[in-house]
Design a binder for this molecule. Sequence first.
Ligand code: F6P
Length: 411
Amino acid sequence: MAIKGNIIVGQSGGPTAVINSSLAGVIEAAKDAGVKKIYGMHNGIEGLLKEDIIDLNDHIKDAQDLALLRRTPSAFLGSCRYKLPVIEGNEEVYEKLFAILEKYNIQYLLYNGGNDSMDTVKMLSDYASLHNKPQKFMGIPKTIDNDLPMTDHCPGFGSAAKYIAASMKEIIRDNAVYGETRTNICIVEIMGRHAGWLTAAAALSKGPDCCGPDMIYLPEAPFDPEDFMKRVKELAKTKKSIVIAVSEGVKLADGRFVCELSGGSDKLDAFGHKQLSGVGTYLAQRITAETEFKARSIEFSTLQRCAAHLTSLTDADEAYGVGYLAAQKAFEGCTGMMVTIQVTSRKPYIVEYSQFDIHEIANVERKIPQKWIINDGTYVSDEFVKYARPLIIGELQPHFAGGVPVHITLE
Ligand code: F6P
């Protein structure tokens, strides 16, 4: 394997607890292959366009730094939500980017992100093949939403799912504290955008010591607020403590997001996505207004993607693995592809890594199979639990100082 130049890596989109494990994998693969310069994009492709580049050799110097990097949540290099324009008519953007790559003798570009970020890998590799450029472009999967196609699951999901499962158990315990003395209802709003994988992870809280949530609402099934109220009132006839998981992206039958009913923001990001937030508050307010029950809502918000103190070891190891392999494949000459994870056995849990054409992946969202959604769209089947359980197994323990986890940062 002849290394032809330097490497650059970027992180993009919403972060996860293990995105930096993928960065660690890239750094180690590059070091193992004898790459001279390992660059990082400061704030993804948006930073690269401004030539805002970090020499990673200056920041991650030894095994101790790498160990801390793996235990640091959010994106060490900073992230962005930047959409590259179509090539035709915007050649100057690409000429600028490729001139920067040439200036630093960068032959390998790796981009770590979700569906939208894979669009960047697609555009760059398309431009390179159109103009006979030698650079290689590889995608590294990442998203708590778990909605990238062609891969069994996405790094970042396992740790977020572990946080959801553990926190749901704790919320369910707390919610039951008043026993028979009052009806206590808690709505838990969970991220995941248009896919319900992460909300479904609330079912992983169920076990011998926990009844699990009473209902789970996913964007894959239309949401009817009147039916929801009917079900809550029915449940309250037999149960005083009720906990319900609801996806931030649940939609009404007419296609509107339920969170829009509470006057959510109309702002769109570069990829045309609405900011989804507020469905939990809306539902809790309705319960308060229409019943005598006590209702509250909890929005996990960014906690679910940065809770590195509860990182799944399986997830962290896989995140490292896909980063390492993406670099190796680029060195071998692979381009225009994303690394994927295949589960060859769930019990015992065995995975293999591969790679797939980026054109089949960019901008495509993978949803929960309808057959896993049960009880008229209010729960998930055991099949989902069997699928997701192995992904949350094991813990990557933080390093502590002064009672709190230690992180490594660029500052
Ligand atoms: O795509 C990951 C994700 O965390 C989604 O679950 C969520 O809807 C979105 O990012 C939030 O984006 P931002 O960090 O831009 O607010």
